[in-house]
Write a new protein. Structure first.
Lengths: 406, 407
């Protein structure tokens, strides 16, 4: 063999002798014509044991049948088999993987004389891939299970929210109630840290409560469950709106404030008397409600000065919350909301903000609450461009339709 | 001559017809010869046109440098590279993947004079694999976030349970306690539907509450948070076990009993008078507590079905009878959730209340911690895989001695 490195024969001889890939040539009956050393090493056979034999003589019949079928198909159709991955189970039970390309062997007239193949062991890659697939499946199953778990918790959490609203006077048809209530709830996931409720306190008074437990997710949802369970009894006991929040703070503090836990909630509570139009508000670090004034056709903050707001709930002991008072005229509406409404951000990080929220509110004066709420949320969404508010959003409000007669 | 007997014919056939790229390179990694498949892959006009070129003429620097380094290592060490997966980056920005074997090319004296390689395109498979890995990574991030969330929720929930026990008499030191308390959770997960608490009702009364919200997981945990919230608000009824459960039921029904969602809760509430040794218990569909009588027997605190009412959140106006029993000093009472006896053996037999009570017999007179441990060990010895299937909560007390009336 000449040593000229550009001599094809020399190069091919080198390839055949030294490659670690298995190379084999077979006739039309799938009998081995020629194999390289790598093939012999791989099969654990000497060349003379192989030549003239078929896979059926040398290997487990399952593999042999598969190989035979492939080759006969190639011979029949002329179509090669390119880069297929084959699993090989050996007599001692161990498994290897090979990547194989098999082509038709043709003479100069294009007639198919047999096949040839190049196979290489890819067991390491394949095992890593299979492991990754298995792991991916495992993770996915766990994730799906957890998601289902959270979804079911979310179903329960939805029941915390009002299904009906009190009417004034009691027994009136909802459309005839002197005060109308409405709420809107949109959790960013299955569960959320937002919670609101509307309750009848007396013949003339209603209590409207909204809170936002820090963070979102399951822990925040647990926080809302605690609060939800407390509201019923607390609203009966409290003397005024501020007193209600003080009581709630005392109830929550021992549960939410622990060495290893720091979980607080902002909250806003309104007591409204439908006979006098008198409104009490107290706030534990919560955004100031919006006031829609039908008479003047304007929207404004219920109080321009927000200094009446106390600390969030479950921050400190013995917090006192100031009770602010205002008088509503028939036609006025008051709307509470969680900060998710105005903290919607554009991709560049610009916040919708309270200013834009107030502007949006101004355009909605005179509309009923069931129209105002989705419209406000929509404005925030449009601003955020991608339509995602990114946080839980809850709104709850009352519209004072007419004075409740004596 | 039959061409099939001619090795040269066979090899040339391989070279010309295979879809694998075959290339031979000199010591500087410049091409000596490539096969048609290789020329086609590189969009070279012919296999001959490539002589003297290198990967740097074809690929981006990134891949060319990697391939060059690999080949030079093969040349230096004589070690082949077997089935390495190469990421090929092309000047137009596209990326392909190849499975490649690179082998030293030797002259007849065995001296290395270059390398040759056989490369197979595996782009499709590799991209699928990478997609799967990316997807798995994304899943994993979500999963970890959720796990963190649940772990945080679990921590919060732990704070619902007793954090220290009341002392009777108030301020008594360890030796002066007229009553000892203990509770214990054996949880399958971070959050649970079991909940217990022990609280002072008066200077000589203690209330012990245990409940089990049906189902597992976060929804059940949310149920316990509701109950924890309610308890705080109905504490005025603490002396009246029947009224206590009835009120709790009233508050829970609107929350847990909906058209499409009913989440019932079994619960047991007992009030113990540390002066008189009288225990009063009301039961909402819950397993009856076990009464360990001074050193010789264990029995149900009440074994009539009449003393067990409806589970909570099932009917709006459920009422609960109160059973009263007298305890003697050194008696203990243990409440538990049904997870303790619902374990099954390998023939699907349930451990059951009877075996539980039998286990209790042998533990009468022992300290509370040993009773808890013994009850749990016996149940787990029965279980076919040595694990509880459900969460288990036990809570109880040992009546050491009557408290003196100091008033």
């Amino acid at each position: 063999m000449p040593e000229n490195p550009s001599n094809t024969r020399f190069l091919l001889q080198n390839l055949m002798e030294h490659t670690t890939d298995n190379i084999y040539f077979k006739d039309r009956q799938s009998r081995f014509l020629m194999v390289n050393q790598a093939f012999c090493d791989w099969a654990g056979l000497a060349e003379e044991q192989v030549i003239g034999k078929t896979d059926f003589d040398l290997f487990a019949s399952e593999h042999a049948q598969q190989a035979f079928d492939d080759e006969q198909r190639i011979i029949a159709t002329g179509e090669p088999v390119v880069g297929i991955e084959e699993k090989e189970t050996w007599a001692d039970g161990h498994i290897t993987w090979v990547s194989t390309t098999k082509m038709p062997l043709k003479d100069e007239q294009g007639e198919i004389l047999g096949t040839f193949g190049v196979s290489r062991d890819i067991t390491d890659h394949k095992e890593a891939e299979l492991k990754a697939n298995y792991y991916s499946g495992q993770v996915r199953r766990i994730k799906d299970k957890m998601e289902e778990d959270v979804r079911m918790a979310g179903e329960l959490q939805k029941t915390f929210f009002p299904r009906t609203y009190p009417v004034f006077p009691e027994g009136a048809a909802p459309a005839d109630s002197r005060v109308g209530f409405f709420h809107y709830y949109h959790p960013s996931g299955h569960v959320s840290g937002d919670f609101c409720t509307v309750r009848r306190l007396s013949e003339t008074e209603s209590g409207v409560f909204l809170c936002d437990v820090m963070g979102h997710g399951v822990r925040a949802a647990l926080g809302t469950a605690l609060i939800c369970a407390m509201v019923e009894e607390l609203s009966g006991e409290a003397e005024n709106a501020g007193d209600f929040l003080s009581h709630m703070n005392q109830s929550l503090l021992p549960i939410l404030r622990q060495e290893d836990i720091f979980l607080y909630a902002t909250a806003c509570y309104i007591i409204f008397d439908a006979r006098t139009g008198r409104l009490q508000v107290a706030s534990a670090g919560h955004p100031v409600p919006l006031l829609f004034k039908n008479g003047s056709g304007t929207a404004e903050w219920l109080f321009a000065d927000d200094s009446f707001r106390g600390a969030a709930l479950a921050i400190a002991e013995d917090m006192e919350y100031q009770t602010m008072e205002a008088t509503l005229a028939p036609g006025d509406s008051v709307v509470m909301y969680t900060d998710g409404l105005y903290e919607a951000e554009t991709a560049k990080g610009e916040e919708f903000g309270e200013g834009r929220l107030l502007d949006a509110a101004g355009r909605l004066v005179g509309k009923p609450l069931p129209e105002i709420f989705p419209a406000l949320v929509n404005e925030a969404r449009l601003f955020a461009e991608n339509g995602d508010l990114g946080d839980d959003v809850c709104l709850v409000g009352l519209e004072y339709r007419a004075r409740l007669e004596e | 001559m039959n061409p099939l007997n001619d090795p040269g014919f066979l090899l040339e056939n391989l070279l010309s017809n295979t879809s694998d790229s075959i290339y031979f390179k000199d010591l500087d990694s410049r091409f000596i010869m490539v096969n048609p498949a290789c020329a086609k892959k590189h969009k070279w006009p012919s296999p001959e046109s490539v002589k003297g070129k290198s990967d740097f003429d074809t690929f981006t620097k990134e891949h060319a440098e990697q391939a060059y380094a690999d080949e030079q290592r093969v040349i230096e060490t004589g070690e082949p590279l077997r089935a390495v997966e190469e990421r090929e980056t092309w000047p137009d920005g596209s990326v392909t993947w190849a499975s490649t074997t690179k082998i030293p090319l030797r002259n007849e004296q065995g001296k290395i004079i270059g390398i040759f390689g056989i490369s197979r395109d595996i782009t499709e498979r590799k991209e699928a694999e990478l997609r799967a890995r990316r997807y798995a990574d994304e899943m994993n991030v979500i999963k970890e976030e959720m796990e963190y969330d649940v772990r945080m929720a679990g921590r919060l929930q732990k704070n619902f349970a007793p954090n220290g026990y009341p002392n009777f008499p108030e301020g008594a030191d360890a030796d002066g306690q007229c009553i000892d308390f203990l509770h214990r959770f054996n949880l399958r997960r971070q959050v649970t539907g079991d909940y217990c608490t022990i609280f002072r009702v008066s200077d000589h009364h203690v209330g012990i509450f245990l409940c089990d919200v049906c189902g597992v997981g976060l929804r059940a945990a949310l149920g316990t948070a509701l109950i924890r919230g309610i308890m705080r608000e109905i504490s005025a009824l603490g002396m009246l076990p029947g009224a206590y459960l009835a009120r709790m039921n009233q508050l829970l029904v609107p929350l847990l009993n909906q058209e499409n969602l009913v989440l019932d809760v079994t619960a047991c509430y007992l009030v113990f008078d540390v002066r008189t040794g009288t225990v009063q218990v009301a039961n909402a569909g819950h397993p009856m507590p076990i009464h360990f009588r001074d050193g010789y027997a264990a029995q149900w605190l009440c074994d009539s079905d009449d003393c067990v009412g409806e589970p909570l959140a099932v009917k709006p106006d459920s009422t609960y009878v109160v059973v009263e029993r007298q305890l003697s000093p050194e008696d203990s009472v243990v409440m538990f959730t049904d997870g303790l006896y619902t374990v099954k053996n390998n023939v699907d037999d349930e451990y059951g209340k009877k075996r539980l009570l039998d286990s209790g017999h042998s533990l009468a007179g022992e300290p509370l911690a040993d009773i808890f441990q013994g009850l749990e060990d016996d149940a787990l010895a029965f279980a076919h895989d040595g694990n509880f299937v459900d969460d288990v909560c036990m809570v109880g007390f040992r009546f050491n001695k009557p408290m003196e009336d100091t008033a």
